[in-house]
Write a new protein. Structure first.
Ligand code: HEM
Ligand code: SF4
Lengths: 73, 418
């Protein structure tokens, strides 16, 4: 893991499938927020390399598949 | 921690089951050997190449899902149905199934009905909203720890602290007035006790619904800053939810939010007393508390058997396929103690950094109150250990009475001194 080059990511969120329990906000408060109705708000779609791990954690913790990480393009 | 496992029924030689064909089934639910850890037999089930078939008190034979990756997959699969009206739904008792099918709390609903109700509630439990509740919860815990200390020792950590904290917090959130709090405590102690008869439970639930019904009327007329007021003046007034459904949804939120914390707080306190080196780490570095709470949630997995489902299509898992139409139980405690996901799962380690446990479930039903639950447990434990540094349990672990009949694991009574 350590020696692999750390690259940027592109995040997508889907408020329609969001279950609103805020796992993404716990994992990466700099990348996600929740609106007043509890649904996900993406703060930064383009994730710099230093925030990559947190973005992947958010995608892993999200129980409803509403957070997905993609290669930047 | 050495109480013998009272599950002779798992041995086909001593319990062939009601019919020969059921001979290999595991009688379920299983008892815990140690109050801290999910049943020992889960380990064997996780390692088996196929899924285990259980026989539950209702006579149904749901599949048991035990591996961490499988539990997550089985709970987030679009074919995972929570609808208790389906005859295959594996409620552990027949009474529970009838009540859930009739009341339809959203924990036992599927999308799109589930989504509608859940959307009405998630805004109440955002990370930000819950963070703002911290001072109020701190005040509640500070008050209740003084109540505990005012009792003659040995006092009961369940009745004299945890139950008082959890009922006060959930009633505040919902807007149940202080003057109804004792009434609420009395009703929930009847509805949650294994000593109550079916009639007593029915009557208690009837009283609870009467209270909620009255509160909805009161708050529609005179709304305050609370959950019932917002639902009564919002979705109910706009006709987006029926009164019958609103009653059920408030009822499940009151219950789910109360019993889980009530059971978690004393168990977690005991677990830390049993692992003094872990408690010491927390005393030295209070920053470890939030992580410790997640670790305690994983380790104790009190909601182990709450996640009942029916597969509406085949659900393929690493340990086999759940056939369409069959019921299954995704065992949260088994997943949380899967060595493939958590190294040395039986070790309580407050410095564990991994947080992908499933103590709050997974998928669209994942606990809506989890942020509140985490905060409440953290503050209740911190307040307790800060204010009562000499706290000790009066009984050996093996002698503490477990609440065997409840869907949420917990202890009936935890006598403590200081
Ligand atoms: C403190 C520890 C808690 C634990 C371990 C816990 C556990 C769980 C679990 C495992 C589920 C999922 C059930 C399923 O998938 O079938 C759930 C759902 C739920 N919980 Fe919690 N819970 C806790 C606290 C709370 C609190 C504090 C509240 C409310 C204030 C709450 C309210 C609910 C509700 C309403 C649901 C149903 C959500 C849905 O079906 O969409 N829980 N809980
Ligand atoms: S973790 Fe997923 S479900 Fe939860 S708020 Fe974030 S996007 Fe929504």
């Amino acid at each position: 893991m350590v020696s692999r080059p750390v690259t940027a990511l592109r995040l997508e969120t889907d408020p329609d499938t969001c279950a609103g329990a805020g796992q993404c906000v716990r994992a990466a408060p700099d990348l996600f927020d929740q609106d007043d109705d509890g649904l996900v708000v993406l703060l930064r779609a383009h994730v710099p390399p230093e925030a990559r791990e947190r973005a992947l954690t958010a995608a892993d913790w999200c129980p409803s598949g509403a957070v997905t990480a993609h290669d930047p393009s | 921690m050495t109480r013998p496992a009272p599950d002779p029924a798992t041995d086909p030689a001593t319990d062939p089951g009601p019919t020969a064909a059921d001979g290999d089934d595991t009688s379920f639910p299983l008892a815990r050997t140690c109050p801290f850890t999910p049943p020992d037999d889960y380990a064997g089930m996780r390692e088996r190449a196929d899924l285990t078939r259980a026989r539950i008190p209702s006579g149904k034979r749901p599949w048991l899902v035990t591996r961490h990756e499988d539990v997550r997959a089985a709970l987030s699969h679009p074919a995972a149905s929570s609808d208790a009206r389906n005859p295959a739904f594996p409620a552990l008792g027949d009474g529970e199934q009838v009540v859930a099918a009739e009341l339809r709390p959203f924990i036992r609903m599927d999308p799109p009905d589930h989504t509608l109700v859940r959307r009405m509630l998630v805004g109440e439990f955002t990370v930000r909203r819950v963070r703002a509740m911290r001072p109020a919860i701190e005040a509640v815990c500070a008050e209740q720890v003084e109540y505990l200390l005012s009792r003659p020792a040995p006092a009961d950590l369940v009745a004299d602290y945890a139950n008082r904290v959890s009922t006060t917090v959930i009633c505040r959130l919902l807007g149940v007035p202080l003057e109804d709090l004792e009434f609420f405590r009395r009703i929930t102690s009847i509805s949650g006790s294994r000593d109550s008869t079916e009639e007593e439970v029915g009557a208690a639930l009837g009283e609870l619904f009467g209270l909620i019904d009255r509160l909805i009327d009161d708050k529609a007329k005179d709304p305050r800053d609370d959950l019932i007021s917002r639902l009564a003046t919002g979705p109910l007034a706009r006709g987006e939810i029926t009164r019958h459904s609103l009653l059920s949804q408030i009822g499940i939120t009151l219950n789910a939010g109360h019993e889980t914390s009530r059971n978690m707080i004393p168990l977690a306190a005991l677990a830390l007393l049993e692992h003094p080196e872990q408690l010491e780490l927390l005393r030295e570095d209070p920053q470890l508390w939030p992580g410790a709470v997640d670790e305690l949630l994983r380790y104790l997995s009190v909601a182990d058997v709450i996640t009942l489902r029916v597969a509406t299509e085949d659900i393929p898992l690493s340990s086999g396929t759940i056939p369409a139409g069959d019921g299954y139980i995704a065992l949260l405690g088994a997943a949380n103690h899967d060595p493939g996901a958590f190294p040395e799962p039986g070790r309580l380690d407050v410095r564990r950094t991994q947080r992908n446990h499933v103590a709050f479930g997974y998928g669209t039903h994942q606990c809506v109150g989890q942020n509140l639950g985490r905060l409440e447990i953290e503050i209740a434990l911190r307040t307790l250990f800060d204010r009562v540094p000499t706290l000790r349990s009066e009984l050996a672990l093996a002698d503490l009475p477990a609440r065997s009949s409840s869907a949420i694991f917990g202890l009936d009574e935890v006598p403590v001194s200081w």
